[in-house]
Design a protein around this ligand. Structure first.
Ligand code: 4GY
Length: 235
């Protein structure tokens, strides 16, 4: 899976996305993150990429030309144009279901805004979808783009050690994850639940499911309500 990221800060991606699981997935050729510097496409003699907003107001707006030219350049030889996602507080809020949907795409282009935003005509011209990582405003779209790349990439086959790594975890099955423990079995007098030391896998699985249901009910009643509706016969 390939991500082309249109950004004013490509170095952020070159540093963060070469570490840990995503970095290893890039080395293995499963994922490719290609950060493109929008400023390289500016035709302004001072390489400007922003200008004052028409109608007044504080802050600056990213101009059309560099972004559209960057998009046209990276897609010029593509017969099928990849989906373009603009990271924006106005988009639908990213969740595990959307991440799963996006993980089936071969190629995505992510557009990172900055300053007060981007010229609306960029959205009209090249953006297929706006996605938000939450209802708050950041200084730029780079961190949201990295969040999306991370949560989507880990669902791509071969990125995680085993598919079970995510198929049982929080949000994937509509529930929060059960509590996790590792050695030592007794830490400062806090003991690991005996069931987890029993070696009885069927009972362990039952305990874990019950723990997930209970903590979802307690911590995320909104999620629990959906789960209860779809599983009411088993509860
Ligand atoms: N929240 C978010 N989810 O996705 N992106 C977000 C964001 O806050 N982005 C920064 C702003 C900065 C000004 C231009 C438009 C994007």
């Amino acid at each position: 899976m390939k991500f082309d990221v249109l950004t004013l800060f490509p170095e952020l991606f070159n540093i963060v996305m070469r570490e840990s699981i995503i970095g290893r997935a890039q080395e293995n050729g499963i994922i490719k993150v290609n950060a493109i510097n929008i400023r390289d496409y500016s035709k302004d003699k001072h390489k400007k990429v922003d200008d004052y907003p028409f109608g007044g107001g504080t802050g600056m707006v990213m101009t059309c030309q560099p972004v559209i030219d960057a998009y046209n350049d990276i897609t010029k030889d593509m017969t099928v144009k990849p989906k373009v996602i603009y990271m924006s507080p106005q988009g639908r809020v990213l969740n595990q279901k959307i991440a799963k949907e996006l993980s089936t795409e071969e190629h995505l282009i992510l557009l990172c805004g900055h300053y007060e935003g981007i010229d609306e005509r960029i959205i009209e011209e090249i953006v297929d979808e706006e996605i938000s990582i939450g209802d708050y405003v950041l200084t730029g779209g780079e961190l949201p783009a990295m969040v999306l790349i991370d949560c989507v990439s880990r669902l791509v086959q071969g990125v995680l050690a085993s598919e079970n790594s995510y198929s049982e975890e929080s949000h994937f099955n509509g529930l929060l994850e059960y509590p996790q423990y590792t050695r030592p079995a007794d830490y400062n007098g806090k003991k690991v639940p005996d069931i987890l030391l029993s070696g009885h896998h069927a009972n362990i699985e039952k305990w874990r499911t019950q723990q997930s249901i209970e903590r979802t009910k307690q911590k995320r009643p909104d999620m629990y309500e959906v789960y209860e509706r779809t599983h009411k016969k088993n509860l």
